[in-house]
Ligand binder design. Structure first.
Ligand code: URA
Length: 454
């Protein structure tokens, strides 16, 4: 539609259905009706409302906010813009998890098989990364031949056969969120609490799970920089879920340093495999046990978090979770040999050490800057089309609070075709050392459990 005819259409609409008045209302701090929000979302999807108009509304909303009712209506309009995965033919409780985005966060790779051997079914539709590092789907592609794009029928069949599936998001689920997110990404309007809540919750509702846990990240490497904002986002997500009849629990976890030691695709798969075998970094294991136990209690499988954690820990330590991961990889066409011989996954060309400039205690490990360093090595994309190098990344040799001797390795850079100089320089800014001992930040800040009503 031309600009002129778009304007004519806008002017001809009754005032409550006029996109210009909707933008103006929010700009002045007004409260939308459900009809206005639905109109905005529907006309955005149809193309009747232009991207620049949606962008103007997004900026007004970022500044003025949305109340709980408006956020719920926006969430519902996103859900209604596409299909809802029909999981009614699957017996048993279906659970799902989502993280608001963390550096080195490979928890999904551990949690999906772990939960599937603990009495629930797990469906996980994940995205590709567009920020500094790749998403879960990119990580899984480090396993040769792993088929990431399952159809709805394939997801259902796999849930019935092995109780778990991880797939890229089919475009039919909450497509309005996808469209609005793409605009938010390029208009500095991502970090708004109601917009994040509507985006995350709508995708979880469309996936069809009965019990959902959201891992709300807080700190340097997260959208939510403060505890108060993370708590507000968690509360909004739980309340929107409640309004829309879904049980949403939340865990607030720290992104003041990366999760685990590895950032990069092959490297993160290897760390997830170690964790699935009862080894791996303590913080990754702790987070997986926390998120998993919240889901088991919420789903009515375990009476309390302690019992649930103990059950999950047993499944990591006795190899049953790892076996389920093998089943999942096999069901999705992946090369099982690569799980045993990880040199079959994409590899770097060389490894370079980043040494400590002096002796001291690690005080800062800036997640965002470390992720940027990994991206400079080729582990992240700038546009959807940018190819990523699955073999590159970084392994931290120390975490916050650890002591390091001058000259000792702080980080290993897994370098591919790209120059590593800029990444090396970036690490100098990311890591600060202190002469006095440093207490590491707690990983899990707050757990809010919602019970599921069946
Ligand atoms: N993750 C999402 O899916 N949406 C957001 O808005 C932010 C993080």
């Amino acid at each position: 539609m031309s600009q002129k005819s778009r304007l004519e259409t806008a002017l001809l609409k009754p005032i409550k259905h006029n996109i210009i008045s909707i933008i103006d209302k929010k700009r002045r701090g007004g409260t939308h009706t459900e009809k206005e929000i639905r109109f905005l979302v529907e006309t955005m999807v149809s193309g009747e409302t232009a991207d620049y108009q949606v962008s103007a509304w997004l900026m007004a909303t970022c500044i003025q906010g949305l109340n709980l009712e408006e956020t719920t209506w926006l969430t519902r309009a996103f859900v209604d813009s596409g299909e809802v995965l029909d999981l009614s033919s699957i017996e048993g409780v279906i659970v799902d998890k989502h993280s608001t985005g963390g550096v080195g966060d490979k928890a999904t790779l551990v949690l999906v098989p772990l939960l599937a051997v603990s009495g629930v079914h797990v469906v996980k539709l994940s995205g590709r990364g567009l920020g500094f590092t790749g998403g879960t789907i990119d990580k899984l592609e480090a396993i040769p031949n792993f088929h990431v794009a399952l159809s709805n029928e394939e997801i259902l069949a796999q849930m019935k056969s092995i109780g778990a599936a991880i797939s890229s998001q089919t475009t039919d689920l909450a497509p309005a969120d996808g469209k609005m997110y793409a605009l938010r990404d390029v208009t500095a309007t991502v970090d708004s609490i109601p917009l994040i809540a509507a985006s995350v919750v709508s995708k979880k509702i469309a996936t069809g799970a009965q019990a959902i846990v959201l891992d709300i990240k807080v700190g340097r490497g997260a959208f939510m920089k403060t505890r108060e904002d993370a708590q507000a986002l968690a509360k909004t997500c739980r309340k929107v879920g409640q309004q829309l009849g879904r049980s949403i629990s939340t865990v607030i976890s720290s992104m003041d340093q990366p999760l685990g030691y590895s950032i990069g695709h092959t490297l993160e798969v290897i760390e997830a495999l170690e964790t699935l075998k009862g080894e791996g970094p303590g913080d990754l294991r702790e987070l997986c046990l926390k998120l998993g136990s919240v889901l088991l209690v919420s789903a009515g499988i375990s009476p309390n978090l302690e019992k649930a954690e103990a059950q999950l820990a047993t499944h990591l330590d006795d190899g049953t979770a790892y076996k389920k991961f093998q089943e999942l990889v096999s069901a999705q066409g992946g090369d099982l040999e690569a799980l045993e011989d990880t040199s079959l996954m994409p590899q770097p060309e060389r490894i370079r050490i980043f040494p400590a400039s002096k002796s001291g205690y690690v005080k800062t490990l800036d997640s965002l800057k470390i992720a940027q360093a990994a991206k400079l090595l080729g582990a992240g994309r700038t546009t959807k089309e940018t190819p990523i190098d699955l073999g590159v990344g970084v392994i931290l040799r120390k975490k916050i609070g650890d002591f390091v001797e001058a000259g000792e390795a702080l980080v290993e850079l897994f370098v591919g075709k790209k120059h590593d100089e800029e990444a090396f320089e970036q690490l100098k800014e990311a890591i600060l050392l202190s002469d006095t001992p440093v207490t590491p930040p707690p990983l899990v800040d707050e757990v809010s459990l919602s019970a599921t009503n069946f």
